[in-house]
Write a protein of this length. Structure first.
Length: 190
């Protein structure tokens, strides 16, 4: 069962909170609850890692669903922000982020089939990418909660930075994959 430990439970909380936060973003009177739920969801990201390490219950399923839970949360919130703010920038950025995730997922599948999972092993910069995406969302939600346009403009700058780092990590995974899967030129029979 997926909820075989506390770490996986906290991971799944993010998945369940994502559509709730989306709804809170769409309704102006719920911007403060959206921010509070997002802070709680972000805290569960810390808690799942903490409990997995503390109880030594790191599992394969946990390693798989944790980044997926982050992506689900990020996608729901970015699309909620794009709809509420009528922002082509946020919609485009979210689309780029999703496209990169699909692309990297395909690369991971290719590498798994070729027994070369190291080429798409999670990089430290990819963790920074997720942190910047979550920080960007936090800035947007603070701007909405305070009804402050200047904060929203600052968030727009961070979303551009988020997309650039996201694309860069996708490039690194692509480069590593195609380098690792390049046929041996010295011995074409391999």
């Amino acid at each position: 069962m997926v909820i075989n430990n506390l770490a996986n439970f906290f991971t799944l909380i993010r998945v369940f909170l994502a559509p709730i936060i989306f709804i809170c973003i769409i309704e102006p009177s719920l911007h403060i609850p959206a921010l509070l739920l997002f802070v709680f969801a972000s805290f569960t990201d810390y808690l799942d890692g903490y409990f997995a390490r503390k109880t030594n219950s790191v599992s394969v399923i946990g390693e798989v669903i944790d980044p997926i839970a982050d992506k689900i949360l990020i996608v729901f919130i970015f699309f909620g922000l794009a709809v509420y703010l009528h922002s082509y920038l946020i919609a485009f950025a979210a689309s780029m982020i999703i496209a990169r995730e699909i692309w990297v997922g395909a690369l991971r599948d290719l590498n798994a089939r070729n027994l070369n999972s190291q080429a798409t092993k999670v990089l430290y910069i990819a963790k920074i990418k997720t942190t910047i995406q979550l920080f960007t969302i936090g800035v947007y939600l603070i701007g909405l909660a305070l009804s402050n346009m200047l904060i929203l403009v600052i968030a727009d700058i961070f979303i551009i930075i988020s997309v650039l780092i996201t694309l860069y990590t996708g490039f690194i995974y692509s480069y590593n994959t195609f380098q690792a899967n390049e046929p041996n030129k010295q011995n074409p029979g391999l």
